[in-house]
Design a protein around this ligand. Structure first.
Ligand code: FDA
Ligand code: NAD
Length: 434
């Protein structure tokens, strides 16, 4: 089969690939120089839409509506945009073999691609219940959500099982966003997760208390402190019930699983240095191999603000790391340099009429502020994280754009916290003064 050669190749066609493509165009890439190789069938899109408006019964998001870069208020890059720029969008193509030494990639169909500079943007894949040997985990109507094909299957089952029962396994991002989306579609929803409260990797017990109360008021049943250990099926192999470790059995027509993601690094094992489960990079997203960069979910990079190597599985970093890598590539080609990546962590979520943002680091002591009653009509509240006498992280539910900017500034500036009681009393006013 013919070999194709490009100056620059991006493996992966997700968020980071799309934002990288826009930056390549900004930097004046020549037609024919750049290829994006993606196993997905569509041009890069804003993945966060899949667990939100893609599943709504009204105001539904569909492509081409949410191609990158609309999620950050930018231009929408339709497939035609890539063609106009002379960027090869090689879709439905999974890279199955990589040889970084000879700069060669091989696809599942046996095509060979050569590159001079490679950007790894393979993102994450879902952790599966079958990975922990849960009995019956391959039954029909057990769903995961990562790519648009997965979201299409969910849309189909939501239609097919109108007024049915769903069990959502996992109390993280997918668990909370999918439970809300299913409930909005009039499905009877229960959630099950092992921890004492939802989203434990970010939420304090007070923050989680609000969301659990709010979900319960919407009619979502929450079962904590246990896990799914097996699934019952009917004669068609479709799931009918879920067995829990605590002995309970829950009826279910649909099971949605969100028990975490895992960076897609397998193709590169043994060829590039790894750290903390990701591909190790510097502040320009260069890996240990010359001419190879890694961005988005797969990169473990120096988080300058905290003087620590970290990996981040969120969209804002996918966008910004991709732009940083492309700027670094062009500046080094021109013999110039750019500043090292200096990232302020930013995570957000939306479900029902709720919307929160978090900036910074969730370490140290915490202070809750505002009205955290699940029945309050305003539901505006938040939390600060205080370490070594400084405010290092801030969370806000229901903030205005100005208020969200204020908490972002707090996390970046890290002002001193003289008294935790005073912080709790001042609440959002503290952030707005910085
Ligand atoms: P991403 O996963 O976007 O792209 C990876 C691409 O590589 C995919 O196209 C994949 O098919 C392709 N690929 C992998 N291996 C390949 C191979 N061997 N050959 C070819 N192609 C290959 N974050 C946030 O901050 N707020 C939010 O609201 C959400 N919401 C959200 C919803 C859902 C459903 C998911 C799954 C994730 C989110 N996220 C999020 C997380 C965010 O979407 C995620 O961090 C970014 O998409 C990461 O961007 P990447 O480009 O690194 O990977
Ligand atoms: P997650 O890490 O947010 O949550 C996983 C949850 O599953 C945790 O509560 C965990 O304790 C629980 N869990 C683990 N094992 C379990 C088991 N055996 N049974 C029941 N629960 C179990 O991961 P996720 O929600 O699956 O999200 C996957 C990826 O998608 C992540 O990278 C995430 O950042 C991303 N995502 C982000 C957003 C957002 O930022 N708004 C939205 C959706 C997805």
């Amino acid at each position: 089969m013919a070999e194709k050669a490009f100056k620059y190749v991006i493996i992966g066609g997700g968020v980071a690939a799309g934002y990288a493509a826009r930056e390549f165009a900004n930097q004046g890439v020549n037609p024919g120089e750049l290829a994006i190789i993606s196993k997905e069938a569509v041009a890069p899109y804003e993945r966060p839409a899949l667990s939100k408006a893609y599943l709504f019964p009204e105001g539904t998001a569909r492509l081409p509506g949410f191609h990158v870069c609309v999620g950050s208020g930018g231009e929408r890059l339709l497939p035609e945009w890539y063609a106009e720029k002379g960027i090869s969008l090689i879709l439905n193509t999974e890279v199955v073999k990589v040889d970084l030494a000879s700069k060669t990639l091989i696809s599942a169909a046996g095509e060979t691609f050569k590159y001079q500079i490679l950007i790894i943007a393979t993102g994450s894949t879902v952790v599966r219940l079958s990975d922990f040997g849960v009995q019956g985990a391959d039954a029909k109507n057990i769903f995961y959500l990562r790519e648009i094909d997965d979201a299409d299957k969910l849309v189909e089952v939501i239609k097919a099982k109108k007024n049915g029962k769903a069990l959502v396994v996992g109390g993280g991002y997918i668990g909370l966003e999918l439970s809300a989306a299913l409930k909005i579609n009039s499905i009877d929803v229960s959630m099950v997760y092992p921890e004492p409260w939802c989203m434990p990797r970010l939420f304090t017990s007070e923050l989680a208390g609000f969301y659990e109360g709010y979900y319960a008021n919407k009619g979502i049943k929450i079962i904590k402190g246990t896990v799914a250990t097996g699934f019952g099926t009917n004669e068609n192999g479709e799931v009918t019930d879920v067995k829990l470790k605590d002995g309970r059995v829950m009826e279910a027509d649909i099971v949605v699983v969100g028990v975490g993601g895992r960076p897609v690094t397998k193709l590169f094992k043994g060829q590039v240095e790894e750290e903390k489960g990701g591909i190790k990079t510097d502040g320009f997203f260069k890996t240990s191999v010359p001419d190879v960069y890694a961005v988005g979910d797969v990169a473990t990079f120096p988080m300058k603000l905290y003087n620590e190597m970290r990996r981040v599985e969120h969209v804002d970093h996918a966008r910004k790391s991709a732009e940083q890598a492309v700027k670094a590539i062009f500046s080094s080609e021109q013999g110039n340099s750019i500043d090292e990546y200096d990232y302020l962590p930013y995570f957000y979520s939306r479900a029902f009429d709720l919307s929160w943002q978090f900036y910074g680091d969730n370490v140290g002591e915490t202070v809750f502020f505002g009205d955290g009653s699940p029945t309050s009509p305003t539901h505006k509240f938040g939390s600060y994280w205080i370490k070594d006498g400084k405010v290092v992280g801030a969370f806000l539910e229901g903030g205005t754009p100005e208020e969200n900017k204020a908490i972002a500034k707090v996390a970046r500036v890290q002002p001193p916290a003289h008294s935790l009681d005073q912080l709790a009393t001042e609440g959002l006013t503290f952030a707005c003064k910085i």
